[in-house]
Design a protein around this ligand. Structure first.
Ligand code: HEM
Length: 465
């Protein structure tokens, strides 16, 4: 039986095994594999991927090679990185929305863009955005407090609103509400049907092939890019304004040559930051709130930690972030169990051997982060929620590629500091203003749609404090 762990079998919170995907015992025949893949790609991965280092799918020529061995992942993403470029699949699926920005570009173009943008994403620079992150969260808390009583709400929606509001303030100050809501809606529509496009790419069907939602995906991509183009034009007309990422991208120069980004490249990257920068962090917060609602003792400990860290002040500030080690530990355990970007892909650009498995040139390599983080050989009791795995003395024992919610190597997420600071600031602020409780029933299946969504949303009981 493939499905979500039955709610009735979930043990009490001291030993919490939150919902996961039950993999098929054996690899499924192609038609069932594809049908299940379209519903939820994670449900198509056979159990062997959770127990073996390398598993291939496909009889003559593998359609997919799943790799979950930390040493092999390090080889793919770092040591032999030139033999494992990003895939045509990634480009096909993301380019209509993101163009040739940092996430999708390759070679010299990628290197140059990454060099120009990296300084803007340094930890110290991002700390300056903490007030914007706290303000966006306080706005949400205000609307909750106005209700004056406990209520059930979908925290997935609330977190998407909040992280988008942060991105709007820090990446694109000046975006108005109508445009912001159009971008949010378009990003959701684009991701809704993305599994069709991924499945078509795995089967090497032509990019022109029709599938449900294809036209909507195209329209959504166009809509986002038009809004971003208009905003950039506005900012060009008022040079020197603001400290957001648009202003920084406009003025950034290659330190060696003085070269600046073209408008087309700025648009690609703004679309990338809008898209990659809010959905992922929203999902991290959504799953964390679920875990805290299921483990109220952890929720209390975190609330206490925040109170102490705030000292005499009322609000979370840049200085508070580093005083919240327990909060960070819980966030990491949440990122382990529910990695917001659950899958990464690479292309083998030559014939090779991976732990005794022959992988022909042109093979699609998939690093299923979701499975890596729950691999039977790597983790003790992998399905259990246990933030103490990330006590410094425990964390030091894991190879660098055993826990990698942000990827690894030269293409590691440029926004990882942004995401961790933001998730910490938002969570700490939320815990000061509300309590989150579970309704005793909802056990959402994690569904991969580029980001990891909870099936049926994430209704939780919110009690304003
Ligand atoms: C919890 C939140 C986030 C998670 C889990 C996450 C995850 C990832 C992962 C796994 C990759 C590597 C993809 C690959 O190598 O194939 C990546 C790359 C990237 N992420 Fe994030 N991300 C998050 C937040 C952000 C934010 C906030 C931004 C920007 C504001 C961002 C921008 C990017 C960009 C531009 C890349 C491409 C980097 C490159 O190829 O050089 N991400 N992210």
């Amino acid at each position: 039986m493939v499905g979500v762990r039955d709610v009735n079998t979930i043990p009490p919170p001291e030993k919490l095994y939150p919902p996961t995907v039950q993999p098929p015992e054996r690899a499924l025949p192609l038609p069932r594999f594809i049908a299940r893949f379209i519903r939820n790609p994670l449900q198509a991965l056979p159990r062997a991927v959770y127990t073996e280092p390398v598993v291939t799918y496909g009889s003559k020529r593998p359609l997919v090679t799943w790799v979950t061995d930390p040493a092999l992942i390090e080889r793919i993403l770092l040591k032999d990185v030139e033999h494992f470029p990003k895939t045509p699949l990634d480009r096909r699926v993301l380019t209509p929305m993101l163009g040739n920005g940092i996430l999708t570009a390759e070679g010299e173009s990628w290197r140059w863009q990454r060099k120009i943008a990296s300084p803007m994403f340094r930890y110290a620079e991002i700390l300056a955005y903490v007030p914007a992150m706290v303000e966006a969260t306080e706005q949400l808390l205000d609307t909750w407090k106005q209700r004056g009583h406990a209520f059930t709400t979908d925290v997935e929606d609330a977190m998407t609103e909040t992280t988008f509001s942060v991105i709007a303030r820090t990446v694109l100050a000046g975006i108005d509400e109508t445009e912001a809501s159009a971008v949010k809606h378009a990003a959701r529509t684009y991701l809704d049907r993305i599994s069709w496009e991924v499945a078509a790419a795995i089967l090497r069907l032509p990019p022109t092939m029709w599938h449900p939602g294809k036209a909507n995906m195209r329209t959504s991509a166009k809509e986002v890019r038009t809004i971003v183009e208009r905003l950039l034009a506005q900012r060009r007309a008022q040079p020197g304004s603001g400290n957001d990422l648009v202003a920084r991208l406009i003025s950034a120069r290659d330190p060696a040559t003085g070269e600046q980004m073209s408008d087309a490249t700025i648009v690609d990257n703004l679309a990338t930051f809008l898209f990659a920068g809010h959905e992922t962090t929203a999902k991290a917060l959504t799953w964390t709130l679920y875990l805290l609602a299921r483990a109220p003792q952890w929720q209390d400990r975190l609330r206490d930690e925040v109170r102490h860290a705030l000292r005499t002040s009322q609000r979370v500030s840049p200085g508070t972030i580093e005083r919240l080690p327990l909060t960070l530990r819980v966030l990491k355990e949440s990122l382990r169990l529910y990695p917001p970007a659950p899958v990464m892909t690479r292309l083998a650009n030559q014939d090779l051997d991976l732990a005794g498995t022959h992988v022909p040139r042109g093979s699609l390599i998939v690093i299923p982060i979701f499975v890596l983080h729950r691999h039977q050989r790597l983790w003790d009791d992998p399905g259990r929620f246990d933030p103490d795995r990330f006590l410094p003395e425990n964390e030091a024992k894991y190879p660098r590629t055993q826990f990698m919610p942000f990827g690894f190597g030269p293409r590691i997420c440029i926004g990882s500091s942004f995401a961790l600071i933001e998730a910490t600031a938002i969570l700490a602020t939320l815990l000061q203003g509300a309590r989150f409780e579970w309704d005793g029933r909802h056990a959402p299946e994690p569904v991969s749609r580029v980001t990891l969504r909870p099936k049926g949303g994430m209704p939780l009981i919110v009690k304003p404090l």
